[in-house]
Design a protein around this ligand. Structure first.
Ligand code: ADP
Ligand code: ASP
Ligand code: MG
Length: 409
């Protein structure tokens, strides 16, 4: 069997942790398997590098940022290979570029376009364990090094597993699997044994950082089951896969405090206004998430929408320009928001869920600023300060063992 294993930052945070990871890799190899390992940067290295960059330049060039950040994974890949060598097993590390991970040109948010993997296959054929630096690739046109965005090592791992035709893809992290909510916030969150790609995609896109959403997309597209499990024990984790045994009404609750809300007030309520506003946002690659347009009074309306805080300054400039051109009244910014999302495939056939969400938040005196839904998700924007409490009250109300009573099923 060919097994792809990915170890996250906490799992390779110290020489001791790297040694433990090397033991696990060597045990897998000794079990008669070929092993390709993807590693993240050690501990909080990526955060520290970002802080270093902003200390020398608050607005660093994107190319140099990627040159800097890719160094984090380069350190852990070499150390992991060394630790494996010490155990008498041959290992070789490759950067994303050396492994033939090709991407588009978008520094800081590059998409994998192709994986050649020639050197990876050659080294496997020579019996070596192959270590690949996560979260990075190369744009074949400009030959520049790119990074895939935060949490991108997950995407490297699943994409590699697909490209190499691996038999298994294991994501080793600092929790036992995917839980019904972030276990750091909900102490009695439960580990899920299985979750479908569809639900995991909604959870990841709604802020459940345990798997980067791009990695789940690869898993779904190439039908690679992903086993999310702990690097600190041997417990079975969570299988993210095509179909699951049962469709829970609610699989999990995710939260996200990385977005900000913009409101344009006094927009003339005429056809084409929304297009005029959101087209330039799209051209600037700004990911607009929730959008709410109020009913109009006196021929004008207010439009609110959320964008990642990382693109807030740009989004505000664009909004201000358009607001002026359409003689809108003002552009307001609220950065202190949080989004709470309830996800579950069984929601489709249980109409009581949305009402239950609103009741639970109301009983906790948490005000809802915006609402959006998909067939398997309900998201509410609340004040940032209320976000964790909102996750807790929703978890208490909807944790699956109680769900049938809650929705009257
Ligand atoms: P790694 O460095 O291994 O990639 P991450 O920090 O990226 O680890 O992801 C693991 C973290 O994700 C956990 O420590 C946990 O706090 C957080 N998390 C958020 N939502 C969930 C969830 N639903 N289930 C499990 N972990 C979650
Ligand atoms: N080191 C990168 C990050 O912290 C990539 C990863 O860990 O997946 O975002
Ligand atoms: Mg991660």
């Amino acid at each position: 069997m060919l097994i792809v294993q990915k170890y996250g930052g906490t799992s390779v945070a110290s020489p001791e942790r790297i040694s433990a990871v090397a033991d696990r890799i060597c045990a897998t190899k000794a079990g008669g398997h070929d092993v390709v390992v993807v590693v993240s940067a050690m501990g909080k290295t990526t955060d520290e590098l970002i802080a270093l960059a902003s200390a020398v330049n608050p607005d660093p060039p994107a190319r140099e940022m990627d040159m800097l950040l890719t160094a984090g994974e380069r350190i852990s890949m070499a150390l992991t290979a060394m630790a494996i060598h010490r155990r008498g097993v041959e290992a070789v590390s490759f950067t994303g570029s050396q492994a033939g991970i090709l991407t588009d040109a978008a520094h800081g948010a590059a998409k994998i376009t192709e994986i050649r993997g020639t050197r990876v296959r050659e080294s496997l054929a020579e019996g070596k364990v192959v270590i690949v630096a996560g979260f990075q690739g190369v744009d074949p046109e400009s030959r520049e090094i790119t990074t895939l965005g935060r949490g991108g090592s997950d995407a490297t791992a699943v994409a590699l597993a697909a490209a190499l035709g691996a038999d298994a893809c294991e994501i080793f992290t600092d929790v036992d699997g995917v839980f019904t909510a972030d276990p750091r916030i909900v102490a009695d969150a439960r580990k899920l044994d299985e979750v479908s790609f569809e639900e995991m995609l909604e959870l990841s896109a709604s802020g459940a950082g345990v798997l980067m959403s791009r990695s789940v997309e690869f898993g779904r597209r190439f039908n690679i089951p992903i086993h999310v499990r702990s690097s600190f024990n041997d417990n079975p984790g969570t299988w993210v896969k095509e179909t699951t045994m049962e469709q829970a009404v609610i699989s999990g609750i995710a939260h996200d405090t990385s977005e900000a809300k913009l409101t344009i007030r006094g927009v003339p309520d005429t056809p084409g206004i929304a297009a005029r506003l959101f087209e330039p946002m799209a051209s600037a690659d700004i990911n607009v998430d929730m959008i709410v347009q109020n009913t109009s009074t006196d021929g004008t309306t207010d439009i609110s929408f959320t964008v990642p805080k990382s693109t807030l300054a740009e989004a505000r400039d664009i909004a201000a320009e358009i607001a002026e051109a359409m003689e809108a009244r003002s552009v307001d910014v609220d950065s202190a928001i949080g989004k709470v999302s309830l996800v579950g495939a069984g929601m489709k056939s249980h109409p009581g869920v949305a009402a239950g969400v609103f009741r639970a938040l109301a009983d906790a005196s948490i005000n809802i600023g915006m609402i959006s839904t998909s067939t398997i998700r309900i998201s509410c924007v609340v004040a940032e300060a209320d976000t964790e409490r909102a996750v807790q009250v929703l978890h208490e109300r909807f944790d699956p063992p109680n769900i049938s009573q809650e929705v009257g099923a």
